[in-house]
Design a protein around this ligand. Sequence first.
Ligand code: HAX
Length: 444
Amino acid sequence: MSTLKERLYTKIEQQRPRTQRLIKEYGDVVIDNVTVGQIIGGMRGIKSMVTDISYLDPNDGIRYRGYPLIDVVKKLPKPKGAEMPYVEGLFYLLLTGDIPSDSEVSDVVDEFSKRRIVPRYVYELIDSMPCCSHPMTVFSAAIVAMHRESFFTKKYNAGISKKDYWDPMYEDSLNLLAKLPEIAAYIYAKLYRGGNRILSNPSLDFGGNFAHMMGIPPPYDDVSRMHFIIHSDHESGNVSAHTGHLVASSLSDIYLAISAMINGLAGPLHGLAAQNVLMWIHELIERVGGEDMVPSADEIKQYVWDTLNSGQVIPGFGHAVLRKTDPRYTLQRDFCLKHLKDDGVFKYVDMLYKVTPPILKEQGKAKNPWPNVDAQSGVVQWHYGVKEYDFYTVLFGVGRSIGISANIIWDRALGYPLERPKSLTTEMIEKMAKAKVAEMKGKK
Ligand code: HAX
């Protein structure tokens, strides 16, 4: 057994009694109330899910296993000479809650490397997708096609004890995660490089190998590591994480669950925002006459207002939970200031960073006027030559799969059941709301 799997098993054994005790001794304790506004408003803020893998603080942003992003980057082991840590080390941290040693990370790097070979039929499927398919559609199809490889499904069909579900789910997760950079790089080569593919280098780490397959020299390896790490998890209520958890709760395997979450990520209010940000900035650049032109603050303000007045959202700004600038934005901005501060597009991103929040505040609708991760991620890719916007969400998807897989392994380890909330009709809610209001008036 690998050191990661052994450590995970120990942690699972420690955690199970805590969860069982919560259900048995505190099962009826009320944690939250639900308002009509929340029921109709996309269940915003209802505390109804559990995960120990990450927590999103509205002001401080994401914490992975309790560590703020900045500490994750500082503490996780890094490849020699790299600025950003091993993605494999992050997976170890998300799964176990422990910062791995160098040798523990090497072990995971080896595990991923052994499992990276993609079945031929996946490449054939990608080759046969109709022209103009969005890369997220191709990515999702490639993943779901591998359902037939699922070790979990085979074990389930053969009859496996519920308490052991996590084990084949772990194996499937590693098998899938190891293949995702290969699949993503192949999709990129197929769609934008005339099929000219660079084969992977098994001696490289997850991020380094992806950069190698994309044919982009350093520091793109660090860009890839940073990108996959910052996108990996954002607690469990966002569309992609929730979808992955929900689908897997019916005991669908990891291929079915991750493909489904990719479909949720592909929406413009979620992961597709990264591509929309770049499209939107390029429209602005065109309007002012080119990347080298320096627009006035008034020109930028007018552009933001024109977007809002036409009934559209400002992509890359706002968040359902965050109420401050996203630390994932800040980490990328610091990287940009160090490596690409003279980039023409970055200058626009930075001007928008200053101009947009006051306008959103003045408009008074968005609860959070500050930039999110997507406001910055596209410009980094653009700078290093990945100029095909619609590929950006695939990169997000590779990262997000890491956190969601870790969550699903734990879902199975802790025996989380089929997810099944209750819905009501509008008439029922109207009656309940009126009765409640009448009751409260009667008490006054
Ligand atoms: N531009 C314009 N209006 C915005 C806005 C923005 N960036 N952010 C929120 N609003 C509007 C909402 O559309 C909503 O308007 P209505 O009342 O007319 O429906 C109002 O402000 C209140 O919304 P909210 O409560 O502040 O935000 P939500 O929780 O409903 O939505 C979103 C959160 C991220 C979807 C939203 O801020 C948005 O659409 N942002 C732009 C798209 C984007 O950047 N998405 C990526 C978010 C990060 C992520 O998940 N990445 O994957």
